[in-house]
Design a protein. Structure first.
Length: 151
């Protein structure tokens, strides 16, 4: 494992334990070169899941894309990185629990919005405005009214 601080490949595992999700192993590592410590997670390798995007374009599922969208919508909001990671883990668990190896991007977007709605309504509206491609203020107001009705 390459050290994220100095780039050397001489690292060793100093502690291993199951991660909170129970689906991965958390490993504390130490670099033999710079003595810095860092954490890695080991997960079971699965058959790649394919995401079906608009226009029937297919691409391999990437956790980073979900993370990027959620981080952007939670920017300057009181949502911790631990909450974001837990949300992504829950979404992934739901995606991978299905027997299907192909999943529509719309389903992923809906799962993200459902999680965000319960965590931070501003982040939810930010995500929805990009995901649903609000064309005007009226569409934006309709989404806000939905939130107000659910309170």
């Amino acid at each position: 494992m390459k050290c994220p601080f100095c780039g050397k490949e001489d690292t060793r595992v100093i502690d291993s334990r199951p991660a909170d999700d129970g689906l991965s192993i958390r490993r504390r590592r130490q670099c033999d070169n710079c003595d810095k410590r860092f954490t890695t997670y080991e997960k079971i390798e699965t058959i790649p899941t394919i995401v079906i995007k608009k226009g029937n374009i297919r691409e391999q599922y990437k956790r980073e894309k979900i993370e990027k969208g959620i981080l952007a919508s939670c920017h300057k909001r009181p949502v911790s990185i631990d909450t974001i990671n837990q949300m992504i883990d829950e979404i992934e668990t739901e995606i991978f629990a299905s027997e299907s190896r192909e999943i529509p991007s719309t389903l992923i977007g809906e799962k993200i919005m459902e999680k965000l709605r319960h965590i931070d309504q501003v982040a939810y509206v930010r995500f929805a405005s990009v995901y649903r491609e609000f064309k005007d203020v009226d569409t934006f107001m309709l989404e806000l009214q939905k939130i107000i009705k659910h309170e």
